[in-house]
Ligand binder design. Structure first.
Ligand SMILES: Cc1cc2nc3c(=O)[nH]c(=O)nc-3n(C[C@H](O)[C@H](O)[C@H](O)COP(=O)(O)OP(=O)(O)OC[C@H]3O[C@@H](n4cnc5c(N)ncnc54)[C@H](O)[C@@H]3O)c2cc1C
Length: 396
């Protein structure tokens, strides 16, 4: 895709150089605007960065979904780095305290019956699923959604939020999850290269404390946008999760994925599809456990370590590297019953100020929300830039 001939003389400023800020910058530059991107940290990518050093652990995103809006947008621009598909073996489940290699087949007919139904916005997922299946199947499906909600009780979220995402990520063969070789840092690299190629001016180590010249796209996390815009209405529900990235000495027979249908936890050995993530002879895993209300991060970690004890033999003795992260409202938006993505904070804040990020009123799964809101913010900012800056001055 080539940049347009440029009908906009105004500058658009983008605050934040994560996926949303990079995508918004590229889309604005493609629309013909002069773009300045300001990023607080020395390195770009935000949560999509991968760690430096021999273990390439992602901070946030791990899996990109083929066919989703982010995938399509990247594909149109030839920006998708090399990737791997899902290994065919090594799946485990913990359900009712037992370790299993296959899902409970008895639940299959009721899951298939549910598959064609459209789920209501106003009802919680568990009670909706119970009314069409049974209590055990509904509990199993609810906790299985821990993988993409990072929430301690996914069954309490809106049925319309959970069900289409579960069908898309877990129940639609063939699987669409893809792993970017070298981690998401590789994608950040190709976005940055494209932005520079289009002439975007990038300033790192530049924390913005006041709204810059309009029009502006604020592509930070929602809490930071709330502060920058001094707008207390910028809130949405997120999840609290403890993540452990572990380097382990290789051992034959380690699972690739563990879905914890008892406590909504998850373990994934990312070096299985992409061995380049860990030094030779070692594996790289990420395990996460949602933190329950009133629970400390250490208590959640103790539950996570019990899951590891049950599934990854001798992991403690094999450990070579560890990183612990507490993700408080940093793993995307979740919608409570009675709300949908349309009810989240709007992209357009009026008077030439636009938001992009993963907690906003835009469709999609996880970082797809950042991409969709960034594209929308860019479209609106380009239109605002054509109107001209004087008309955009904010009313105090
Ligand atoms: C554990 C975990 C697992 C996940 N797994 C997946 C997955 O498998 N697939 C998927 O698609 N998504 C996943 N996600 C979600 C994904 O990480 C995020 O949706 C995405 O990275 C958000 O990008 P962003 O650009 O909106 O925000 P960020 O990456 O947070 O970028 C915001 C940027 O703004 C900068 N900034 C903040 N304040 C200022 C300021 N005042 N001035 C200048 N710059 C500022 C920050 O430094 C940062 O670089 C996961 C998230 C987590 C936490």
């Amino acid at each position: 895709m080539s940049a347009s001939n440029g009908t906009t003389s105004s500058q658009i400023t983008v605050v934040g150089g994560g996926l949303a800020g990079l995508i918004a910058s590229i889309a604005c530059a493609e629309g013909g605007a002069r773009v300045v991107l300001l990023e607080a940290h020395e390195s770009l990518g935000g949560r999509a960065r991968s760690s430096d050093g021999p273990y390439k652990a992602n901070f946030g995103p791990h899996v990109i979904y083929k066919g989703g809006s982010l995938w399509r947008w990247l594909d149109e621009r030839n920006l998708i780095p090399p990737y791997a598909g899902i290994p065919l073996a090594g799946f485990r489940l913990r359900w009712e305290g037992q370790i299993r290699r296959t899902p409970p087949l008895g639940a299959l007919p009721s899951v298939l019956r549910l598959r064609g139904r459209s789920a209501p916005v106003d009802q919680d997922f568990r009670s909706w699923a119970e009314s069409h299946t049974d209590e055990r199947t509904a509990a199993m499906l609810s906790l299985g959604a821990g993988v993409y909600t990072f929430h301690h009780d996914p069954g309490s979220l809106s049925a319309a939020f959970i069900w289409p995402r579960t069908v898309r990520t877990l129940l639609s063969p063939p699987p669409t999850a893809r792993y970017l070789i070298g981690g998401w840092g590789a994608l950040v690299g190709s976005l940055v290269a494209r932005a520079r190629e289009l002439g975007v001016t990038i300033e790192t180590g530049c924390r913005v404390t006041e709204l810059p010249e309009l029009p502006v796209i604020v592509a930070t996390e929602l809490a930071q946008a709330r502060e920058l815009l001094a707008d207390d209405s910028l809130h949405w529900t997120g999840a609290h999760t403890l993540c452990l990235d572990l380097g382990l000495q290789h051992r034959r027979g380690d699972p690739f994925v563990v879905s914890d249908l008892d406590e909504a936890g998850w373990i994934e050995r990312f070096s299985a599809p992409d061995p380049s993530l860990a030094p030779k002879g070692e594996e790289l895993l990420q395990a996460h456990m949602p933190i329950r209300p009133g629970e400390s991060a250490d208590q959640a970690q103790a539950r996570l370590e019990r899951l590891l004890d049950a599934l990854i033999p001798a992991w403690r003795e094999r450990e070579t590297w560890r990183r612990r992260q507490l993700m408080e409202s940093r793993s995307g938006a979740v919608d409570m019953p009675g709300t949908s993505w349309q009810d989240r904070p709007a992209v357009d804040r009026g008077a030439g100020v636009f938001l992009a990020g993963d907690m906003l009123a835009a469709p999609g799964l996880l970082s797809e929300v950042s991409q969709a809101s960034a594209v929308e913010a860019a479209r609106l900012a380009l239109a605002a830039a054509k109107v001209g800056v004087p008309q955009l001055r904010r009313v105090a």
